[in-house]
Design a protein around this ligand. Structure first.
Ligand SMILES: [Zn+2]
Ligand SMILES: [Zn+2]
Length: 444
């Protein structure tokens, strides 16, 4: 019987290539291929589920209690208000992020993405240059990614963008309070359910306001470094805001260009900026990546050999990505003479960042090429399962085919080869889609 992977849609009749694992907001079991793993929930995602359960339990329970026993009115109303506060969370997040979008647009920022919820994307639409996303865990949080397009970025503009979210929460909270006051005044006898629900919704906005404004460092996936309040404090203290804003603009636009397959433009822009920052390893590794996509692994490796001497790589961690990229390109070039170069490069990168999946996968690719298949296997699996870039994943699958061949599993080797083709195909289709989206964005 054919099985389909819930992660990448790969289909095959080889049942040993699939496992059943819990997935989704409700943890139902689904089939995953050897190259995919279910999304791993964060503590924030779990908070989302808790709020949803509270809303489902408390809101009806509260309404029932004071309908059935008028004496218990205060208890019923408190429960219903608490339930309504949880139920209103997605609306509160949407209001907050929409506030950021309005403020960012007002100060001339480009808004790349507005996301409501956390976790995997369940729906996305592009309007103009902004992608609007709904995520699986709607009751936890959200984010807005925007950047200054000006060559002279100003702190006050950035501050307004940061204040947009809580301003929107405050405006909606006041509007809800006004409706509540009007309801209590105009209705002869105010309805307890309306009062409870409006109170809950207002509290949800007020809590979002207070939590976002309170300066606090946050850790988690993505680039969220802290609450809006924390970022305001950081903004006030930062000395080289202009330079930072310029870097952010560059890296955000570069990521967009790469995601849209506009590799030639990415190469040109990286090379231009390298003239100003010739010793910057981060910029160098971006250029290596774009060069490989545009002109192939061999040229990217040659570039490394000719220019790595210009870099500041005294600390092993600063140059780790550059070395990992160079090793990866040496391996991708399939040139046996470069294998000796890939060994020490991939090892040094691995020693600096032993847990980064891209770097683990690269080390695994070197090991399987040198016939250390057993040591290569877990490293390559980490690369295939945890890296996001589809083309890189296809390449890891290709190395895994080599690895399983070496281990004597010809059937699995064929599966990995087919999976590599499948992922490459998906990447190509993804690029054509975003090309159309870019033309759309340029028109607007
Ligand atoms: Zn899969
Ligand atoms: Zn915010």
């Amino acid at each position: 019987m054919e099985q389909r992977c819930a992660g990448c849609n790969y289909t095959s009749a080889t049942s040993s290539f699939f496992r059943s694992e819990p997935d989704g907001a409700r943890g139902r079991r689904s089939a995953f291929c050897n190259g995919c793993v279910p999304y791993a929930r964060t503590p924030g995602d779990r908070g989302s589920t808790a709020r949803l359960v509270m809303a489902i339990l408390l809101l009806p329970a509260g309404l029932l209690i004071f309908a059935a026993a008028p004496k218990l009115l205060p208890l019923g109303m408190s429960l219903a208000a608490a339930g309504a506060m949880c139920a209103a969370r997605p609306l509160t997040i949407a209001v907050h992020e929409f506030g950021h979008w309005c403020a960012a647009t007002l100060v001339g920022y480009k808004v790349v993405r507005v996301a409501v919820g956390t976790g995997p994307t369940i729906a996305a639409r592009r309007y103009g240059s902004t992608v609007w996303e709904l995520r699986r865990f709607l009751f936890s949080g959200g984010h807005t990614l925007s950047y200054s397009q000006s060559s002279a970025a100003k702190k006050w503009r950035h501050a307004l963008m940061l204040l947009g979210g809580i301003t929107a929460n405050a405006v909606v909270a006041l509007a809800l309070l006004a409706v509540l006051a009007w309801h209590i005044k105009s209705a002869g006898a105010a309805s307890p359910s309306v009062v409870a629900i409006l109170t809950g919704a207002t509290l949800s906005q007020a809590l979002s306001f207070a939590f976002s404004l309170w300066p606090q460092r946050l850790s988690g996936p993505g680039n969220v470094r802290g609450t809006d309040g924390q970022m305001l404090v950081d903004l006030y203290r930062v000395k080289d805001f202009g330079e930072q804003a310029k870097s952010q603009q560059f890296y955000t636009e570069n990521r967009e260009l790469m995601a849209q397959g506009r590799f030639d433009e990415a190469v040109r822009r990286c090379a231009d900026l390298r003239r100003e920052r010739p010793s910057d390893p981060l910029l160098f590794s971006q250029l290596q990546h774009a060069l490989q996509r545009e002109r192939g692994a061999r040229e990217a490796f040659d570039y490394f050999q000719n220019h790595a001497g210009e870099l500041e790589m005294a600390q092993p961690q600063r140059g780790a990505w550059v070395r990992a990229n160079a090793a990866w390109h040496a391996l991708l070039s399939e040139d046996a003479n470069l294998l000796a170069e890939a060994g020490p490069l991939s090892e040094e990168a691995f020693e600096a960042f032993p847990t980064v999946p891209e770097i683990r996968g690269t080390r695994g690719a070197y090991l399987t090429r040198t016939n250390n298949h057993e040591r290569a296997l877990p490293l390559l699996l980490d690369g295939l399962r945890k890296v996001e870039d589809k083309i890189d994943r296809a390449d890891f699958a290709h190395f895994l085919a080599h690895c399983e061949h070496g281990r004597g599993h010809a059937d699995l080797a064929t599966e990995y080869d087919n999976l590599a083709e499948h992922l490459r195909d998906k990447a190509r289709r993804g690029l054509t889609l975003s090309d159309a989206a870019v033309r759309e964005a340029v028109k607007n």
